[in-house]
Design a protein around this ligand. Structure first.
Ligand code: ADP
Length: 189
């Protein structure tokens, strides 16, 4: 059975950092949709050519496209029976959450936990201005934060209603956040 943990949180909330640390310390595979898209954009693959305008402007890639990519990924992957996966960057909209639910049911995957890294906006803005990725310019950061508020934040309610949402205070030092996540998922940090 494939076990999946979802990371939710605004841009700059530390999802990528924490997911990478979990995967290098424990036996988790880190699937970052943002990294995967940026890699495709850079290599100018078919997917990269279709998605670059969205990725570069901080808009979300259209749902149908991203759902197709994630669906295919899980189809290929779900035969790896005992694997544990951290999904970072999906779902980001309600249609994506519904699509994921269908994928999970069809492929007999367990959604173990949804971890929400809650970080204040001013902290996010200061972190992203230091990070300096190409889509981290001040205007694009504000745009991504707005997109997050409008499209992704409603998912918190969705998973809260399903009783699988775990909120973690992400304003603190990465080691402290990591300790709490490790405890939550039942491994020793
Ligand atoms: P951040 O954590 O700063 O939001 P990501 O690396 O997760 O950055 O995502 C970067 C960009 O990739 C997003 O701004 C968006 O254009 C695209 N993207 C990532 N995940 C999704 C998704 N689930 N649906 C649509 N677009 C996505």
């Amino acid at each position: 059975m494939l076990n999946v943990i979802i990371f939710l949180g605004s841009p700059g909330s530390g999802k990528g950092t924490q997911a990478a640390k979990l995967s290098s310390t424990f036996d988790y595979k880190h699937i970052s949709i943002g990294d995967m898209l940026r890699d495709n954009v850079e290599r100018k693959t078919d997917l990269g050519l279709k998605t670059s305008e969205f990725v570069d402007s901080g808009e979300l890639v259209p749902d149908d496209l991203i759902i197709q990519v994630v669906g295919k990924f899980f189809e290929d992957f779900s035969s790896n029976k005992d694997d544990k996966v951290i999904l970072d960057g999906f779902p980001r909209t309600e249609p994506q959450a519904l699509a994921l639910e269908k994928i999970i049911n069809d492929l007999d995957i367990t959604l173990t936990s949804v971890i929400f890294l809650n970080v204040q906006d001013d902290e996010v803005i200061s972190r992203l201005s230091e990070r300096g990725r190409e889509d981290d310019s001040p205007e694009l950061v504000l745009n991504r934060l707005n997109v997050y508020r409008d499209q992704t934040e409603p998912l918190l309610e969705y998973y809260k209603n399903k009783n699988i949402l775990n909120e973690i205070d992400g304003n603190r030092l990465p080691e402290l956040v990591f300790g709490e996540i490790s405890e939550l998922i039942g491994v020793e940090a």
